[in-house]
Design a protein around this ligand. Structure first.
Ligand code: NAP
Length: 262
């Protein structure tokens, strides 16, 4: 399917690894110019920059000024903006229960999972309106509507994030900016499988090895496996493209059938 993304200008947040890296690579392979923001960056992202029009920008997206700086870098470099992918996010399993989650914990979770997107949208929307038709795709989570006490603050933040994007889609549809969310279940990234990921953290409570924790999570989905970052990226690219030209205010689940309600 021709996506027509050649020459488009995209900003991707949280782009150095995992889902954000897959989205960045896929956009670049389609000929888009990608300005890719992450805290530390990565060798993989730098390598993409050698082969494609990919600019790695080191930016702390929890800093109130960070998202604006990232968006302005893209517009300064390329003169316009067509696509914003709000991908950055993080989770800490609250294995000691709700009462152990401090105000600081809540603030940290809400900042990286919700406020970073609010600030990126605030910075990007004037440019996206100028460049319309244009598109925003936000990576939320099934936890937005599958609340889980082990990730209680993350679930609340993602619920707010999905809600925000739905509301904004109504305000901006007539101005030519489509705004959609994707909601993955468990995905094969460091967030779940890394040294400090969900599996390792839950395993430390005596729930088995990290591999066993991950296998149990995979078994919750009818397909019996985690989603790959590329499978999320493919969905994001379709939504970012004009092929999804009348799709806005929608949420797309990619979870191997995990969510069992209709
Ligand atoms: N993996 C899953 O199972 C899953 C499921 C549902 C939804 N999601 C969502 O998908 C999105 C991507 O998750 P992922 O699994 O790909 O995560 P990941 O592998 O942990 O990658 C997170 C990315 O965010 C960047 N990042 C973290 N803190 C940052 C900060 N303060 N400033 C700038 N960049 C920062 C990291 O950059 P550095 O490495 O350079 O620090 C990295 O590029 C998140 O919104 C997550 O909630 C993931």
């Amino acid at each position: 399917m021709e996506l027509g993304l050649d020459g488009k200008v995209a900003v991707v947040t949280g782009a150095s690894k995992g889902i954000g890296l897959a989205i960045t690579r896929s956009l670049a392979e389609e000929g888009a110019h990608v300005v890719a923001g992450a805290l530390h960056g990565s060798e993989e992202l730098d390598l993409l920059g050698e082969r494609f029009s990919v600019q790695s920008v080191r930016v702390d997206l929890t800093d109130p000024a960070g998202p604006h700086r990232l968006v302005e870098d893209a517009v300064g470099r390329h003169g316009s903006l067509d696509i914003l992918v709000n991908n950055v996010g993080a989770v800490r399993p609250r294995v000691d229960g709700f009462l152990s989650v401090t105000d600081e914990d809540w603030q940290g979770t809400l900042t990286i999972n919700l406020l970073a997107a609010v600030r990126s949208l605030r910075a990007a929307l004037p440019h996206l309106v100028r460049g319309a038709p244009s598109s925003v795709v936000t990576v939320s989570s099934v936890n937005a509507f599958l609340p889980d006490p082990v990730v209680i603050d993350y679930s609340a933040a993602k619920g707010a994030l999905t809600n925000l994007c739905k509301a904004l889609s109504k305000e901006y549809a007539a101005r030519g900016v489509r705004i959609n969310t994707v909601s993955p279940g468990p995905v094969q990234t460091d967030l779940w499988l890394g040294d400090d990921g969900v599996a390792a953290t839950v395993a430390r409570t005596g729930a088995g090895t990290p591999a066993e924790v991950a296998a149990n999570a995979a078994a919750q989905s009818p397909t019996g496996r985690f989603t790959t970052p590329q499978e999320v990226a493919d969905l994001v690219l379709f939504l970012a493209s004009a092929r999804a030209g009348n799709v806005t205010g929608s949420d797309f689940v990619v979870d191997g059938g995990l969510v069992s309600t209709v």
